[in-house]
Write a protein that binds this ligand. Structure first.
Ligand SMILES: Cc1ncc(C[n+]2csc(CCOP(=O)(O)OP(=O)(O)O)c2C)c(N)n1
Ligand SMILES: [Mg+2]
Length: 655
């Protein structure tokens, strides 16, 4: 195969080096080759092609020292892993995020030498959770999945929470699990501990599909299926187990072996009758409300959302799972979500996981109960791909909500026909009503913005710095750039979403999905990696607790020159949990004075500026006086614009 393109390198070096050694040992019997051939169990695909000779390993390092002196070292010119790389390249992954492990060492070597470390390029990750988190963030900017390779058993276990977050957030990626499938070729006791009979079992509950192909042809086809399945709404991670023998043994001399082309499914659209019915209800409604969570999958999705809202002059409430609607659009009523939901006669839910939580409110700490927020007779419409694929064990599907019209379809793909149908039904008279409604909503939007600006001024000069001031100072410095905020705003009381003007699809990417802390840092580095080639200024407001799960991702950002401004929201606590413990202390009537036990990161103080510096990147702070914030941000932004990551450690108020 394409090996002839490779110049003198490791392969030819090894080959030459082992010729002499091979001459010292007896040549193996051909019959022994046939008996132990790794592919002998499978019928030959081409009856006339002879089976390949048995590969014998070249031992290196410690293994070489302990191996039999008469072992049969040979080189492998066409390892199966080269063919695997061909298959992955055919799909077109830009990056491969990974922490290395010898259960995929051959594949690793093939990627970097045979594959030239390009498409995919190997991104060195310091934790499997970081690798998956990076793929998660990258997808939400670029709309394309990444490849992640994890070591057998131990790597999979580290990766698992991040895979769960991606699953809940409907983010696709292809996770390759190395494995020593055959007991006979597990060359060390360690390899046994990194082997499993069914490696994907650990994550099967939260990947959409997994496979353990037994042959190279099967592997290539499974790569294509993996991509196709992951990229069909609802998008989700998929896993492929990659056994070492399949990687390391030579490719069979089989002319029929081929990488099939990849095909991708068109996303499912709502049926025409239901779309027509939904349009009728929405057009006739006095107070229609559109609630969107993961609705806008692409830049086109954002444009369609605007077109639908403007066509109907309907209120929009953005749950911010994606960048669904411009924050400064006059129809954006997110800041008064409960008020518009409470006044609605028709609610259109687009890719909502938690429709129940939109139309109900919970109250009470110990025995939480809920009450309806809506008016009697409200009509609920749902367009949602979630019902097309549901797993049983994990409960991320949220509480059941009965609706009046449910389309098991992709919202973005259904929007064009819904807009068309609505436009056809709107009369001149309805249009006049819509104008009045639009004007009222625009005024309410302005009032909400003004109110948020007033609220942001509270504690403006406080030290530690308020999250509102931090957000406002940051906005002031990036607003004229092509910026992209890639952190979850929930941790800073949504201040950026309340104050900044977001209007591009890459300016916000939502949150974890599964609310698994540890997502924030790697996802922002992955998003910055995606933004790099577009020349965008990527910004993350980073929680302290989140970064401490796996801070090695800072080194990955520095090593790969990923420009990213990290502004630490260093409230020196797992503050969400401080509040939870305080709540319980109140309920138990014991006072909140000891709620910091187990929930704070105060003693000793963590110097995130120095942590960043130790990883080879710009780091500054701690900054507690708000007057020092602007210059520190300016300095860090200059570093980022120069193509490097930078971190500013800001001591903040809790939220
Ligand atoms: C993996 C994981 N462990 C624990 C939690 C529980 N948890 C929810 S919020 C939170 C605190 C996170 O701290 P930080 O990132 O600093 O954000 P803050 O609450 O201080 O704003 C924790 C520990 C979780 N959601 N995920
Ligand atoms: Mg914190």
């Amino acid at each position: 195969m394409a090996l002839k393109n490779i110049p003198v390198d490791r392969r030819s070096f090894l080959k030459n080096a082992t010729v002499g050694a091979a001459a010292l040992v007896a040549a193996p019997a051909a019959a022994a080759d046939a008996v132990t051939n790794p592919h002998a169990a499978a019928p030959p695909r081409n009856a006339t092609a002879p089976l390949p000779p048995l590969p014998r390993r070249v031992e290196t390092g410690a293994a070489a020292a302990t191996s039999e002196p008469n072992a049969n070292p040979i080189t492998v010119d066409h390892p199966g892993s080269d063919f695997m790389v061909d298959a992955f390249k055919a799909v077109g992954f830009e990056y491969l995020c990974s922490n290395p492990g010898n259960s995929f060492r051959s594949l690793h070597e093939s990627f970097i030498n045979y594959g030239r470390d390009k498409n995919p390029e190997f991104i060195t990750c310091c934790h499997e959770e970081s690798a998956v988190g990076m793929a998660h963030g990258y997808f939400k900017i670029e709309g394309k999945p990444l490849l992640v390779c994890v070591h057998g058993t131990v790597g999979v276990q580290h990766a698992s929470m991040a895979i769960y977050d991606a699953f809940c957030d409907r983010v696709p990626m292809v996770v390759v699990l190395g494995n020593f499938g055959d007991a006979q070729t597990r060359a060390s006791f360690v390899n046994w501990t990194h082997s499993a009979q069914d490696p994907a079992a650990l994550i099967r509950d939260f990947v959409k599909w997994d496979d353990q192909p037994a042959t190279l042809q099967g592997f290539a086809e499974s790569v294509m299926r993996a991509y196709k399945v992951a990229m069909t709404p609802p998008y989700m991670p998929v896993a492929l187990v990659c056994n070492t023998d399949l990687q390391e043994f030579p490719m069979p001399n089989d002319p029929t072996l081929r990488v099939p082309p990849v095909t991708v499914d068109r996303p499912p659209q709502g049926d025409s009758g239901s779309v027509q019915e939904a349009a009728k209800w929405l057009v006739a409604a006095e107070n229609p409300v559109i609630v969107a969570d993961r609705a806008a999958r692409t830049p086109a999705g954002l444009a369609l959302m605007i077109e639908l809202a403007e066509t109907l002059q309907a209120a929009v409430v953005d749950r911010n799972g994606r960048m669904n609607f411009p924050t400064r659009h006059p129809l954006n009523q997110t800041e008064r979500g409960n008020a518009v939901v409470g006044n609605a006669d028709v609610i259109l839910g687009l890719e909502l996981t938690d429709f129940y939580g939109i139309v109900n409110a919970y109250y009470g700490d110990v025995y939480p109960r809920s009450r309806s927020l809506t008016k009697p007779g409200v009509k609920l419409i749902s367009i949602n791909s979630n019902d097309l694929y549901l797993k049983s064990n994990y409960q991320d599907f949220e509480r059941y909500q009965a609706v009046d019209l449910a389309m098991a379809a992709d919202a973005e793909a259904t929007l064009p026909s819904l807009i068309e149908a609505a436009k056809r039904l709107i009369t001149a008279e309805r249009k006049r009503t819509y104008q009045d409604r639009g004007a009222l909503l625009a005024a309410a939007h302005q009032r909400a913005l003004a109110q948020n600006r007033d609220l942001a001024a509270n504690g403006w000069d406080a030290s530690p710095i308020s999250t509102a001031r931090l957000s406002a100072e940051l906005w002031h410095q990036i607003r004229n750039d092509d910026w992209s905020l890639v952190s979850n705003c929930q941790f800073v009381s949504r201040w950026p979403l309340r104050l900044w003007a977001f209007d591009k699809h890459y300016q916000y990417i939502g949150g974890e999905g599964g609310y698994g802390v540890g997502y924030g840092a790697p996802a922002s580095v992955g998003a910055a990696l995606a933004n790099r080639k577009h020349g965008r200024l990527t910004v993350s407001i980073q929680n302290d607790g989140d970064l401490m799960f796996a801070p090695g991702v800072l080194w990955t950002a520095a090593h790969h020159r990923i420009p990213l401004l990290i502004v630490m929201h260093n409230n020196r606590a797992y503050h969400q949990e401080v509040m939870e413990v305080q709540r319980m202390a109140n309920v138990h009537e014991r006072g909140i004075t000891r709620a910091s036990i187990g929930t704070t990161l105060v003693d000793p103080p963590i110097d995130y500026g120095k942590l960043a510096q130790s990883m080879g990147m710009h780091g500054s702070g701690p900054i507690s006086d708000p007057k020092d914030l602007a210059p520190a941000l300016r300095e860090a932004i200059a570093v980022v614009k120069n193509g490097e990551p930078a971190l500013v450690n800001v001591l903040t108020q809790p939220r």
